[in-house]
Every structure is written in C-alpha cells, then in structure tokens.
Design a protein around this ligand. Structure first.
Ligand SMILES: Cc1ncc(COP(=O)(O)O)c(C=O)c1O
Length: 361
C-alpha cells in the first residue's frame, strides 16, 4: 500500500435495487468510483467516492480534441465466493501504452492496481456470483485543461467505474467485410491504443453493416483493404484445416488480453496457433476448399463470439454450426473455468482481490 487512497463511503447503497438475474449491459453502476487528478505534473488526491455525476468545463480539451482513453476488464467470483481479477497488470500496461500514444501522462502501475483492488474490494458485493457473470470494470482517462487550441492537455482526470454484467451468451455474429472504411487503424495511427476516437470512427461503418443485415464489421487493413485486422471490437481467430490463425499485431490492431490468453492456452495444449498476416482472399479460398472450420471473435465482454457467416463482396461464407466448433468452445471453457476456479491457474492470471490496500477516511 503506497498511495493513501481516501475513501468516502456512500450512505445509500443501491445494491438492493439490482436484479442479478436480469442485468442490462452497461446501464447499472456500483456504489463507488475511483478518481485521481493530474496537475502540475503529478497524480494527486487519489480517492474513492460515492458513484455520481461530476461537473466539467465546456472547454475541457477531451470534449474537443479527443484526448481520451479507456480499458475494459472484469472481476468475477470463484466458486467459493472469492473476488478475483483477470490479468489486471496487463490492463495497467495497456492503458499506459494508450496514454503514451495520445501524449497523456502514464498512471503508475502500482496506483492503477491499488485503486482497482480497493474499489473492487469495497464493492465486492456487486460481483454477481453466477459463472459467466462479472463486475465489468471501466478505467478511463481524459484531458481536462479548460482551453481551446490543439496541444496536449496539462490536466487530466483518471476514473475507475464498475457495474455488474450478466452471463454473456451471444448468438453467433454475422460479419460484413468492409472494403471502404477502416477503424482508425491506419498505418501509424491509433489502432493499437484504446483511444475513444477509434470507437467513434467505427460507428458509421457498423451502422451501415447493420442496415445491410449484418451484426458487425470485419475490418481490413487500410492500405490495401486486403489483410484482416479485427472484427467489431474483438480480435479475430480462424481455424483452417485444423490450425489456428490470428492476425499478427501490426500496429493497427488492439493487442487483446483475451487474444493473448487464448494463444497461450492453445499452444500449451499442443495446438498450432500462428500469428501472421491473413488476407481475406486466403480466408475465401479456404472456405471454397471446405477448410474453413471456425471463425470467432475474442474479447473481454464475451470471451469468444462465434461467427456464423461472412459477407465479402459477392461471396457469402456460411460457417459450420456452433456444435461443431472445437477451438472456440475450448478457449471459452478454459477462461471461464480459470475465472471460476474450476480450472487450476498455472499462469498467475487470476489475482485475488486484496481489499485491505486502502485506508478509510
Ligand atoms: C478494438 C478492440 N479489439 C479487441 C478487443 C479485445 O481486447 P480484450 O481481449 O483485451 O478485451 C477490444 C476490447 O477491449 C477492442 O475494443
């Protein structure tokens, strides 16, 4: 415990109002939030407060120039009821990679982790107990200089908010290969950062795909519109002729923590899992040859989202039924099993929440 995090507890918990069997995603927030300010070159006054609105100046720079980054992670309960985090240090490192790319101050990893443990520990009753359910955790940082003019801000705010989410049983998703728009992931761009603006740029193509009857966009590289990058807000995996492939991290792809975990799980189990450039034409050829066995998205929200079909130009690739998907199901079962404690964690990925790291005010 290095940073004396000041805690002001809520007088009015909203926990009893929540139906854990029916939680709308992204709309329910737990009782407390963590806040720390950056000014005069330092992070100051780390605190946990009752969750609530705050005021912001109309010229706050994040609102104009998009200097804003975030993370998405989950805490869950093991089968014996202990709150656990999944690879929290990876999220601390990734938010700092994002911060560097957007010319924002890094948040010390120890402060990020201490805040996370203190907040999740305090609101641990908000973690739904059912396997697959979790407390979604949203750390974020934004530029807070009250200034009009393009330059890096000197003042920032960093928050962590959380909210319970139910078990996520997504139906298989259909994809439209986009040959016109990229997700800001242009060469040398911000695709590898979790920058708010990347998501804003993805909204129009996603809306157009939905209007055509598809759930999500398959993003190609923006130079040649040839190589697969990601799908929606997930990394993507292909199983072709018994081998697993995922696009290599090329600077435009977000380095997903689920992606990394799945690659490690497959390799440990002796399967060949390759990271390399994969062209959409190669995928189409594999499909025509009857060798495209599985396609799935990987990310914190669903862990694995199977893909049902892919529309590419005039071609519609219809994939085998979910019952026939060996690799995607294995990855999902392993990660859920690790989170619940059913599968022994040999990687050090599961970190018990240590709620005694902060001091009461
Ligand atoms: C664009 C994008 N790609 C991939 C991912 C998956 O990353 P992770 O597995 O760390 O959730 C996410 C979600 O954070 C994302 O927003």
């Amino acid at each position: 415990m290095k940073y004396n995090i000041r805690i002001t507890k809520t007088r009015e918990s909203h926990l009893s109002e929540v139906d854990f069997n029916n939680i709308p995603f992204g709309r329910v927030f737990s009782d407390h939030m963590f806040v720390v300010d950056y000014r005069d070159g330092q992070w100051v006054d780390p605190r946990i407060e009752p969750f609530g609105r705050f005021s912001i100046h109309p010229a706050a720079m994040a609102l104009h120039y998009g200097q804003a980054i975030f993370e998405g992670m989950k805490a869950s309960k093991s089968n014996d009821g202990r709150p656990m985090l999944f690879r929290p240090e990876k999220h601390a490192q990734r938010i700092n990679n994002s911060a560097r790319r957007l010319c924002m101050p890094e948040i010390p990893e120890a402060l990020f982790l201490e805040a996370l443990h203190a907040l999740v520990g305090l609101d641990s009753d908000w973690i739904p107990p059912q396997e697959g359910s979790a407390l979604y955790i949203r750390p974020f940082m934004f530029a807070n200089d009250e200034f009009i003019g393009v330059r890096p801000s000197e003042n920032y705010k960093f928050f962590i908010i959380t909210g319970p989410v139910g078990p996520y049983y997504p139906k298989p998703v259909s994809l439209l290969v986009d040959q016109k728009y990229a997700r800001c992931a242009v060469h040398g761009g911000t695709g590898e950062a979790k920058a708010a603006g990347n998501y804003a740029g993805s909204l129009l193509p996603a809306k157009l795909a939905m209007q055509k009857g598809y759930d999500q966009v398959m993003w190609l590289d923006s130079n040649e519109f040839k190589y697969v990058q990601e799908v929606g807000t997930m990394n993507i995996f292909f199983v072709i002729d018994g081998k697993v492939f995922t696009p290599e991290l090329d600077g435009g792809i977000l380095p997903g923590i689920t992606r990394d975990s799945i690659l490690k799980i497959f390799r440990e189990k002796g399967f060949q899992a390759e990271e390399r450039r994969i062209s959409i034409d190669e995928v189409a050829e594999a499909y025509k040859a009857g060798k495209l066995q599985e396609v799935f998205g990987a990310g914190t929200a669903a862990i694995v989202s199977h893909v049902s079909k892919i529309s590419y130009g005039d071609m519609l690739m219809e994939l085998p039924p979910v019952e026939a998907r060996k690799f995607g199901e294995l990855a999902k079962a392993e990660i859920n099993g690790l989170r619940s404690g059913r599968i022994k964690d040999t990687h050090g990925w599961i970190v018990p929440v240590n709620s005694h790291v902060a001091v009461d005010a």
